[in-house]
Design a binder for this molecule. Sequence first.
Ligand SMILES: [Zn+2]
Length: 96
Amino acid sequence: MIVNSFMTDLKFEYNKTDAKCNFCMRKKNPHPDFDEPIVVKYLKIKNKKFFICINCYFDTIEVSKKTSKEFSELILKKNDIINLINKSDILTIKKS
Ligand SMILES: [Zn+2]
C-alpha cells in the first residue's frame, strides 16, 4: 500500500457555506440527520485544486489500498473523467 500525505492529513472543513465536492458534486451532507453543508477537504495535486467530500475521500483511499495505485493518481483520473463527461455534453438537457 502506498501512503502519502494526502492520506494521513485528515483535516476536513465543516460548515463551509459554499462547500461542494468536485467529484460527486454534492453540496449538502447526504446523511439525513445532518442539515449542513457537505464536509470537504482541500486538495492540491500537480497545481490542480480540488475539494473532496469525506465520502469520496474515503472511497478513493479504499480504491488506492485495493489497487495499489497512488491516491493522487486516482484523483487526477477521476477529474479527467469528469472533464470528459462535461465536454461531451451528455448530461445537458436540451430543449427542443
Ligand atoms: Zn464527493
